[in-house]
Design a protein around this ligand. Structure first.
Ligand code: IPE
Ligand code: IPE
Ligand code: MG
Ligand code: MG
Length: 344
């Protein structure tokens, strides 16, 4: 396989948890080219643009979504061209743009282990450079020459924004249901995972069965990923996560752990009053986060959220059965487990 970037140093499969190392190793050569493309395309004659963009890009990130595009294309047999490189860069630009905007909306101070761009450069710069990266992503998509890819990724971009706006409307509403929560995370997160995967199949001209299988894989992977992200907001080690733990509670964001805890304490007036005061009125005092976490513990909210994520990861893995067996498919299965077991 031309993709065998890590050929020779095959991942240690005796380790029960492979994580994303196999995916990273198999795509290492391609990913180097994607990173070069990203650096080249975030340049501008206006110095503040590369300054802000490189602040977030150089801080790293897992590059999970472009890896999915690369791996999907290679698994489906894409060999000769370079269209997967530009499209993987476009996918990461869309993701990076949403992060710049999201940190403004969420007033987050920490991203990828560093002060967020809004913290360093201000909200205005973050919003405008996010717009620039979105626009660059569209240039890259047009260069791919595929109207189908343009359709998939432009639609995903619109859906992400719908998800963020729907979430804004549900913020501080303790009557938010699990159904609405799933609608939000499907739109803001799973749509891009699904589009990143499907794009790889389209580039490889793999046909509709492979396209749909990869879209299903990406969709459930994205749902699992975001549920776990929302659990990590209550449970992670902040230094490892690189984001401020407890942010969701502080801003009254209604995520799955909270939805489950509220529903399971529905017959307890004290608990209902607590959630209303802290999340709806955002009237919070010392000890409130700790109390929220003890209620989540009592109701097994974090454990059950993780169990739900594991179900989505299993559905994602099942979708891989329709795709060519081999090291890349195995690495994508490992990636589904990673999305549940991750601590960053
Ligand atoms: C963060 O995504 C935004 C969410 C969808 C939760 P990642 O956790 O993939 O962010 P980076 O790119 O690795 O920083
Ligand atoms: C991330 O959402 C932004 C998008 C998915 C568009 P969150 O606000 O839940 O993620 P973090 O915790 O800031 O990374
Ligand atoms: Mg956020
Ligand atoms: Mg979060």
């Amino acid at each position: 396989l031309a993709v065998a970037a890590g050929a020779g140093k095959s991942p240690d499969r005796t380790d029960p948890k492979h994580g994303i190392a196999p995916l990273q190793e198999l795509c290492a050569d391609d990913m180097r080219r994607v990173n070069e493309e990203i650096l080249a395309r975030m340049d501008s004659r206006i110095p503040l643009i590369p300054e802000v963009a490189s602040h977030i890009v150089a801080a790293g990130g897992k590059r999970l979504r472009p890896l999915l595009t690369l791996a999907s294309a290679r698994m489906c047999g894409y060999q000769d061209g370079a269209r997967h490189i530009g499209l993987a860069a476009a996918v990461e630009f869309i993701h990076t743009a949403t992060l710049l905007h999201d940190d403004v909306v969420d007033e987050s101070a920490l991203r990828r282990g560093k002060a967020s761009a809004n913290e360093v450069f201000g909200n205005q710069s973050s919003v405008l450079v996010g717009d620039f990266l979105f626009a660059r992503a569209f240039e890259l998509m047009v260069e791919s020459g595929s109207l189908e890819v343009l359709r998939i990724l432009s639609h995903a971009s619109a859906v992400i924004t719908e998800g963020e706006v729907l979430q804004l409307a549900a913020a501080n509403d303790v009557s938010t249901t699990e159904e609405t929560y799933l609608k939000i995370i499907g739109a803001k997160t799973a749509a891009l995972f699904a589009a990143a995967c499907r794009t790889g199949a389209v580039v490889a001209e793999a046909g509709s069965e492979a396209e749909e299988a990869l879209e299903t894989y990406g969709w459930h992977l994205g749902l699992a990923f975001q549920v776990v992200d929302d659990v990590l907001d209550y449970s992670a080690a902040q230094a490892r996560l690189g984001k401020t733990v407890g942010d969701d509670f502080a801003e009254g964001k209604i995520t799955l752990p909270v939805v489950l805890a509220i529903a399971r304490g529905a017959d307890d007036a004290d608990q209902q009053a607590f959630w209303k005061r802290t999340l709806e009125q955002v009237d919070q005092h010392d000890g409130d986060l700790a109390h929220a976490m003890s209620l989540m513990g009592r109701h097994r909210a974090l454990d059950d959220a993780i169990a739900g994520a594991r179900d989505h990861a299993a559905t994602a893995k099942a979708a891989l059965a329709a795709l060519p067996a081999g090291p890349i498919r195995d690495a994508l299965a490992d990636t589904a487990d990673f999305c549940v077991d991750r601590d960053y």
